[in-house]
Design a protein around this ligand. Structure first.
Ligand code: PHE
Length: 486
């Protein structure tokens, strides 16, 4: 039986739920901080307008028109593009393996909230007591059992949430979208009333035109937009395929993309205000107060929680529940999309696919629960986003812009919508986005040939980066070749 959403609201919330996630309040702040704060916002906005929204329209239109999951929908554009659909889902799978671990951290922090266990030195607590971080990725060290337990709980929660497919999802998302928004606003207000907050906000909001010359800032802006909107994962295509025939495409694409970007932008106020507070406390400039990277949110938010005038424990608990609810609908959107696509082609049982997915991703995820886990997380995240999602994005543009009649796709989208898009869309899909993203991608490959990512050992970069990408290509081709069951 084909899956369907109960209502338009269910679809919009599910799609927003997939988009809004840890990407907005965990990844966005640290990527932004790494790229120099205000230096990042302009490229981010440009990427949103030239790639984010146009590709969201593309994914919805293709999913809706062909009414199939990502692989078969892309395969309807031109046969071989089915491989791209599988590759997209696999990149999403790679992301889900570590994404669930970050949710596992949040489970632990939820527990810590009850006695504010992180104390005053939130940074030291995170690295030394919680992760017990080793010296380098190759010094793997033992699994940290509490983190592994968090990971287990995360996967159990994900599988439970999608037990019955789109019908359950449509209900769960009411909670997982609306509650987080309310809590986030409380944090923004508290963050902004901390001493020194203004300095942090200045760093966040002042554009830095020199940074616009640095290709890396643009690269991160594009990949963050893909990650955050869940574009290039095959998810939005598949979600749109569950829509009834008369549903709106363009409106929904704008709504979801703008809601997602706005959430990241607003969340940034809480994080950067706290960095300003740190700078006020330590006398260091905002750009140097915290070691940047995937741990940023786990340093800044606990600080805010501790400094709340009252009810720290309650807000701490609410906050980490919020992170979990934000993350869960992103994570399960991927399982849903993968499952729907596999079921469509091979007629497998939903329950088997969901559970199989959770087990495989959970076991792979154990690597990030070791003492070297943060390093691996960083390498895999970098490769999945900058080499995985961006490639999918470019190839989707090429598929529609060059191997299919892109005007037909635009007209299809417009015929379904109150509000229509013009030829600028064709221009973005056919020329602008593939060329710009393609150049960023090639420059980045050249950079990686010159030096390993993040100063890690080449072996670590190979194992966590190139090897994963190669493996995904092989599996994608295999899934394409394997005969469909009817
Ligand atoms: N868009 C999600 C976010 O911003 C990213 C994501 C999507 C992660 C799907 C996993 C699966 O958090």
């Amino acid at each position: 039986m084909r899956e369907r959403w109960d209502s338009r609201t269910a679809f919009v919330l599910a799609s927003i739920g997939s988009a809004i996630g840890l990407g907005n309040i965990w990844r966005f702040p640290y990527v932004c901080y790494e790229c120099g704060g205000g230096a990042f916002l302009i490229p981010f906005l440009v990427a949103l307008l030239t790639a984010g929204i146009p590709l969201m329209v593309l994914e919805y239109a293709v999913g809706h028109k062909f009414a199939k999951g990502a692989p078969l929908a892309l395969g309807s554009l031109k046969k071989g593009f089915e491989i791209l659909g599988w590759f997209a889902l696999l990149v999403g799978f790679g992301i889900a393996t570590y994404y669930a671990v970050v949710m596992g951290w949040a489970f632990n922090y939820l527990g810590y909230s009850f006695n504010l266990a992180w104390g005053d030195n939130t940074q030291g607590f995170f690295f030394d007591q919680f992760l017990k971080i080793s010296e380098s990725p190759l010094q793997i060290g033992s699994v940290q059992w509490m983190i592994a337990l968090g990971l287990l709980l995360t996967w159990i929660a994900i599988v439970a949430a999608i037990w019955k497919g789109a019908r359950t999802v449509g209900k769960v998302v009411y909670f997982t979208v609306i509650i987080p928004w309310i809590i986030l606003l409380i944090f923004v207000v508290r963050g902004m009333t901390l001493p020194g907050a203004l300095e942090g906000l200045k760093y966040y909001l002042t554009p830095n035109f020199n940074a616009l010359m640095n290709y890396r800032v643009w690269l991160h802006a594009y990949s963050q937009v893909f990650f955050s909107l869940t574009i290039g994962f095959g998810v939005q295509i598949t979600y749109a395929s569950f829509l009834p025939k008369d549903a709106d495409v363009v409106n929904n694409a704008f709504l979801v993309s703008l809601a997602d970007a706005a959430t990241a932008f607003v969340g940034g106020f809480a994080v950067f205000a706290t960095l300003g507070y740190y700078s006020h406390q330590t006398g260091l400039p905002v750009s140097e107060v915290v070691q940047t990277g995937p741990q940023l949110a786990f340093v800044t938010y606990p600080t805010i929680i501790k400094l709340l005038p009252f009810g720290s424990v309650i807000f701490g608990v609410l906050f980490f529940l919020m992170i979990l609810t934000l993350g869960i609908d992103s994570a399960f959107s991927l399982v849903e999309a993968g499952a729907a696509s596999l079921i469509q082609k091979y007629k497998l049982k939903r329950l088997h696919v969901n559970i199989g997915f959770a087990i495989v991703a959970g076991v792979i995820g154990l690597i990030y629960t070791t003492r070297s886990g943060l390093y691996w997380l960083d390498v895999v995240d970098y490769f999945m986003n900058n080499f995985g999602l961006l490639v999918v994005g470019v190839l989707m543009c090429v598929a529609v812009g060059w191997f299919y009649n892109h005007e037909e796709i635009r007209e299809y989208a417009n015929s379904k919508s109150d509000f229509t898009i013009g030829k600028w869309w064709d221009f973005c899909i056919k020329y602008f986005t593939p060329v710009v993203v393609g150049i960023l991608f090639i420059t980045n490959v050249v950079d990686r040939v010159k030096s390993a990512y993040g100063g890690y050992a080449r072996t670590a970069e190979f194992l966590g980066g190139w090897l994963v990408i190669i493996a995904f290509v092989i599996v994608a081709v295999f899934l394409y070749k394997k005969k469909r069951r009817t």
